[in-house]
Design a protein around this ligand. Structure first.
Ligand SMILES: N[C@@H](CCC(=O)N[C@@H](CS)C(=O)NCC(=O)O)C(=O)O
Length: 208
């Protein structure tokens, strides 16, 4: 069976979309409209009980339901694409950066900014929650900038795809990126797989 990729344009699934393109894989893209609540339907919940995207249903019918495990599986299942370094230290550095982007910058920072009402319905509290989100995002990018220093310019691992989607969000809502992250974002925008994904997800006109 063809792989099925459940995604929402411009969301965290964009990072996985890039990795699927980098691997040159054939898959069916299934759009999940979060605003319409597609992720809460019984059919979707049967695939991914957390009701989140991305979800990847593999050729054997088994589903992976979070960014980290999908990215890790793609890298391990397609070793020739070199999406993970061969050495242990390189692998650990990738895991750290992946965690920073997905769990901290996205999970703790952007989640407070984009889904503030999940934290409080009080407008005054919401202001403070959004401000804390921006602080966490800025701190996270400062750490990421330090990790990017001294890396080989052509390196592209699963962590780069994760850092890309949070940089993309920052760029879209006007959060300034540290110099190293800005350069990283611009460099990735030139990769053919990233250009393809931007085109397919409807963002090509923003990044020519
Ligand atoms: N840590 C999860 C985060 C996934 C996530 O939060 N995705 C968001 C979109 S960027 C989502 O599905 N939101 C809908 C919801 O949580 O109700 C992962 O790595 O997959």
């Amino acid at each position: 069976m063809t792989m099925r990729f459940y995604m929402t344009p411009g969301s965290c699934s964009t990072g996985i979309h890039i990795l699927l393109e980098e691997c040159g894989l054939v898959f069916e893209a299934h759009l999940v409209n979060l605003m319409a609540g597609d992720h809460n339907t019984p059919d979707y919940r049967a695939l991914n009980p957390k009701g989140t995207i991305p979800t990847l249903v593999r050729e054997d019918g088994t589903a992976l339901t979070d960014f980290l495990s999908i990215a890790w599986w793609l890298a391990r299942a397609h070793p020739r694409r070199k999406l993970l370094p061969d050495d242990l230290e390189g692998e650990l550095a990738t895991l750290e950066l992946l965690d920073l982007a997905v769990n901290r910058i996205h999970g703790q920072g952007f989640t407070r900014i984009f889904t503030t009402d999940q934290y409080s319905s009080n407008p005054e509290e919401q202001k403070a929650i959004k401000a804390r989100g921006r602080e966490l995002v800025a701190e996270g990018f400062a750490i990421a900038a330090g990790r990017l220093k001294g890396r080989h310019q052509n390196d592209f691992t699963i962590a780069d795809a994760a850092l890309f989607y949070v940089e993309f969000w920052a760029d879209n809502i006007g959060i300034p990126l540290p110099m190293e992250c800005e350069a990283h974002f611009r460099r990735l925008l030139r990769r053919p797989a990233v250009r393809q994904v931007m085109l397919e997800e409807g963002y090509a006109s923003l990044y020519r």
